[in-house]
Design a protein around this ligand. Sequence first.
Ligand code: NAD
Ligand code: GLY
Length: 368
Amino acid sequence: MAVIPVDIAGRPYEVRVARGLLHEVAAQCGIRLRKTRVPIVTDARVHVAWGGTVAASLEAAGHEPRWRILPPGEASKSWEGLAGTVDWLLAEGVERGDHILALGGGVIGDLTGFAAAIVKRGCNFIQLPTTLLAQVDSSVGGKTAINTGAGKNLVGAFHQPALVLADPLALETLPPRELRAGYAEVVKYGLIDDPAFFAWCERHGPALLAGETEPLEHAITQSIAAKARIVAEDERETTGARALLNLGHTFAHTLEAETAFSDRLLHGEAVALGMVLAARYSARCGLMAPTDAERIAGHFAATGLPHELSALELGCDGPTLVEHMRHDKKMDAGTLPFVLLRGIGGAFLARDVALADVAAFLDEELKR
Ligand code: NAD
Ligand code: GLY
């Protein structure tokens, strides 16, 4: 088992990575589960795939699993989903020292984490991530949120989990498209500050996506270690280090908004294309070699991820896309910070990007 410490001041915790962890949830959580009843939030698809495994482990240890099963999909990360979950936790008599389990992808982790942050001004929770995206990104670092009519993740809190159990076996039931989308977030760590890891992705990405165990586990532990290092340095995104994790995300959120956060473009797919756009824009600004930007696009092409904006056939222009950016939650006194690249592994925060220039660039990409 790989154990990765997340050294957040005052609230350190571990991420454990091993095949089969969901089969031994009770033993892994140990005395954190201090009562017979254990509240678990999940979604209906994950419940079908893994609910029985988790329940069997808890019941064998004398616990009674108490389930809140939400509809799968982004729509559950809403005021309604939050209110229902909070009311349910209160009805279950959850106390601050209890641990709520979040079994699922980023939607369940973000929602449960936010509910845990506000019930009784803060309960404990444990992340049991079941998507690649959740294992390598959203379950670690304590960002929790819901969506509102005004946009994605606009209401939330920083609330760190007490423990994260990442079981690569859980990914065997994940649809291939979801696995690929999560892989974009793996590649992100190489592009931010680890060119050797990006080169490793180029060599092993296709095998990982074909379900080979060794590269998949290597990618998960490497990614979590990178994320743990960054959030320990800058938990609340104040120094700029954590902001680099938003590489590709400003473009991605715009594309998700333009496609109405639908299945047309999954979050990870939008991030892959967003990172290509960030790289090509960096090249256009003379910051990186165009050949390196095309190397990134080439890797996403080789792994079946979106890499050409024109292929989305959005039917809109650059200024329309930039209009979405004006509602980005990172907007700060009229400027929008962008994560750009001075080469593969050379991410940095640019605070002087002119949105009109981005609109012109996107016009070119839409016609490419
Ligand atoms: P998701 O939670 O919607 O899961 C994707 C789909 O896979 C769902 O239909 C789910 O039911 C299904 N699924 C999950 N695990 C499964 C399994 N093992 N077997 C079969 N089906 C399974 O999506 P996601 O991609 O995991 O997460 C996306 C969310 O994460 C977004 O809301 C995004 O904003 C958020 N996010 C948060 C952070 C953060 O730092 N908190 C970071 C990145 C993304
Ligand atoms: N996923 C971005 C972050 O955790 O900061």
